[in-house]
Write a protein of this length. Structure first.
Length: 365
């Protein structure tokens, strides 16, 4: 468990906060709350890490675990050097928020204070209960579901081969497992990254993939947090009702408690629509950049994400209030961001063939 917490903390918290600080530095016009940008960035640490790993496997294959780990840490260190002032801005906003909250609290009447305590106590209690149940029950269940098993198998292939290959003819594995398909590499590489961080021999431990198992719940929690944020801006009780409605949907509940790709890809789809609306409304470069980033990562996760990303680009071109040349230039920029976010994969797959797995996920070969 300690190793899992280390991997989770490094990838999902530290790396995400570094990216969040970068976004805060880019938020020069202060159009958006730094806390809001930080919330979105918590979904970017894992996917940006595997994007780096994807390109490293393409350009520098067959290297050691230490090599890949060092390069990724080095890239984040460089980002940190540039974005370090973003942490000061985030800290300043947190202090302002705390001061404002305390001032509001002191001005409340006792009945209103009791209502507020009951409201936030309920939210905190539900959150703690959900995370506890997920950690002690769901997270302890070995992977057996379709998406996680298939993508996990490919992640194991990437780890064994230390490369991303595109082939039209594949050979069957000696262990009896054979699969041929075109699953996108993003989700699979999360397991690859976990295996790279594991000590030698730890892969034989029954919990060697605990971080990979946590991805479904983690991104599900982010989806919940973002919905809560947007509804809370309208009304705090509307936000509470929104949580009840979300969890009353059987499909969403099952998606959270089972290992699946869906929360991972839905997070990027949903946030890309937020930035599509913000880009059209505010006409600023940060929104355009984040529209391209989240649309690109949605496509990197799943073919449906590619379709949505192309629709986002088309919608931007149609509804952006600017001259034709300005729209065209910005649309081209979105296309470049889409390509850079790992989606060169689609071109390589088209010309050279799909990726197929030849090593069983559970195999010790």
């Amino acid at each position: 468990m300690a190793l899992f917490l280390l991997k989770f903390g490094l990838t999902n918290i530290v790396f995400s906060l570094i990216i969040g600080a970068l976004l805060i530095r880019l938020n020069r016009k202060q159009l958006y709350s730094n806390l809001e940008l930080t919330l979105y960035s918590f979904g970017l640490g894992p996917v940006f890490t595997v994007l780096i790993l994807y390109y490293l496997f393409m350009v520098f294959p067959y290297r050691t675990n230490t090599f890949y780990t060092s390069v990724i840490l080095g890239i984040y260190l460089l980002i940190l050097v540039f974005a370090r002032k973003g942490f000061l801005d985030l800290y300043s906003e947190l202090i302002q928020w705390r001061t404002s909250s305390l001032k509001k609290w002191r001005s409340m009447e006792k009945p209103e204070k009791r209502k507020s305590l009951a409201y936030w106590g309920s939210i905190a209690g539900l959150g703690i209960l959900g995370i506890t149940v997920y950690s002690v029950q769901t997270l302890q269940t070995p992977i057996a579901d379709h998406d996680a098993l298939i993508y996990g198998n490919l992640g194991r292939v990437y780890y064994v081969k230390k490369s991303i290959t595109y082939e039209k003819l594949m050979k069957e594995s000696g262990n009896g497992f054979y699969f041929q398909g075109s699953q996108k590499p993003s989700f699979s590489l999360l397991l690859t990254w976990e295996l790279i961080l594991n000590p030698r021999g730890y892969i034989k431990n029954s919990k060697f993939d605990l971080y990979f198992r946590s991805i479904t719940g983690y991104y599900g929690l982010l989806i919940i947090a973002i919905q809560f944020l947007w509804l809370f801006r309208k009304n705090r009780y509307l936000a509470l009702i929104g949580l009840i409605v979300l969890f009353s949907a059987l499909g969403f509940f099952v998606m959270i408690v089972n290992y699946h790709l869906d929360t991972y890809r839905v997070f990027f789809l949903g946030v890309s629509w937020i930035w599509l609306a913000q880009t059209i409304r505010n006409n600023d470069r940060l929104s355009l950049f984040l529209l391209g980033v989240f649309s690109g990562f949605a496509a990197f996760a799943h073919p449906i994400g590619l379709i949505v990303a192309l629709i986002n680009i088309a919608a931007f071109f149609l509804f952006y209030a600017g001259s034709f040349s300005s729209r065209l230039l910005r649309t081209v920029c979105l296309g470049v961001l889409l390509l850079c976010a790992g989606n060169i994969h689609y071109f390589l797959e088209f010309f050279y063939g799909a990726i197929s797995g030849w090593s069983s996920y559970l195999s010790n070969s």
